[in-house]
Design a protein around this ligand. Structure first.
Ligand SMILES: NC(=O)c1ccc[n+]([C@@H]2O[C@H](COP(=O)([O-])OP(=O)(O)OC[C@H]3O[C@@H](n4cnc5c(N)ncnc54)[C@H](OP(=O)(O)O)[C@@H]3O)[C@@H](O)[C@H]2O)c1
Length: 303
């Protein structure tokens, strides 16, 4: 049984389906009560109150942890920042407490993390898993998230941290926010447009999670991004092409994004070039390596 904590969201839905297609039994931990389906058993928890249906953890062979308040959903007030960090750290600590209490062993514990751990860089340096970690808000959040995951590795459980880039997929994620603008043929680059976007198709990301379950040699932190991402300008241009136009509006000015998004603007105004060498050296092969192909796949039902 593979338990996905936070498995009802964008990535979790794809991952649950792919696991089922691969013959796995799947369960999901959610804050909300949900009816079991033929394929998925649902369990409830409340991370803030420290309440969890322990059966979810006790029945699992491996746990994939995707839980956490959405990073880009709301403006980063102090309260929101605390919720982003605490929902992630608290979720893992709660799972840890059940594992420890029952001396329960798992084949693996695999947690989401983000390439935000390296901070936002304007340079062309290609970041690897050994690059220095940042002390800005996202860098700090990811480090606390990964340290919580390391608690579980202290229980002698193989622990994998998936440092995820910008995930593109059908009907959800950050593409969902861009589609209404590009559908009106108004989409255009943001800021200078030169910032790097290290993206990954949700299908490949879910395959990385499955590889992490199946390949005992996968252990520790791995970047999950496509080799040599792209710039925001090229990304916008290719997206415009899917919608049948050449970009014509000037770039969205930096100051407008800063006014609209506050501190969170850094996510779209700056970027990182991130290496995928480590995961590829495990034998993992990406399906979606070309941005145009990936975008067309995500938007095949666009109208
Ligand atoms: N999508 C990306 O581009 C991207 C990039 C880098 C990293 N990641 C990370 O990958 C993970 C999954 O991403 P996603 O895009 O699938 O996110 P998502 O759609 O926002 O799903 C996250 C899930 O976490 C659960 N959750 C939210 N707040 C919670 C809280 N306070 N306590 C416990 N559970 C809570 C929710 O499940 P319930 O409502 O059922 O409880 C939600 O479905 C996240 O941790 C995210 O930060 C995503």
């Amino acid at each position: 049984m593979i338990l996905i904590a936070g498995g009802s969201g964008f990535i979790g839905k794809h991952l649950a389906q792919l696991l089922i297609d691969n013959g796995y039994l799947v369960s999901i931990l959610s804050r909300n009560k949900k009816e079991n389906t033929n394929d998925i058993s649902y369990y409830q928890w409340d991370v803030e109150k420290g309440v969890i249906d322990e059966k979810a953890v006790l029945e699992a062979d491996s746990i994939i942890n995707l839980a956490g308040e959405n990073i880009a959903e709301k403006r980063w007030t102090l309260e929101r920042k605390q919720a982003i960090v605490q929902s992630r750290v608290g979720a893992i600590e709660l799972i840890y407490s059940v594992l420890q209490k029952h001396n329960k062993k798992l084949d693996s514990f695999i947690s989401a993390s983000g390439i935000g751990i390296y901070g936002v860089l304007q340079s062309n340096i290609i970041l690897t898993e050994d690059s220095p970690l940042a002390d800005d808000f996202l860098g700090d959040t990811c480090q606390k998230w990964e340290s919580a995951a390391d608690l579980i590795s202290n229980l002698n459980i193989r622990t994998v941290k998936i440092r995820t880039g910008l995930v593109i997929g059908p009907n959800d994620g950050f593409l969902k926010k861009l589609i209404p603008i590009f559908r009106l043929k108004l989409g255009t680059p943001i800021g200078t447009g030169e910032q790097f976007m290290s993206w990954i198709h949700v299908h490949d990301l879910c395959e990385i999670y499955i590889a992490a379950i199946e390949n005992q040699k996968i252990n520790g932190a791995y970047n999950a991004v496509i080799k040599d991402g792209t710039t925001n300008y090229i990304f916008s241009k290719k997206l415009a092409k899917v919608y049948g136009y050449n970009m014509w509006l000037p770039n969205v000015p930096t100051f407008i994004i800063q006014i609209l998004m506050g501190e969170m603007a850094d996510i779209v105004l700056t970027g990182q070039r991130v290496s995928s060498d480590k995961i590829e050296k495990t034998g993992f092969v990406f399906k979606f390596t070309k941005l145009s192909y990936a975008l067309r796949d995500c938007l095949k039902n666009k109208n």
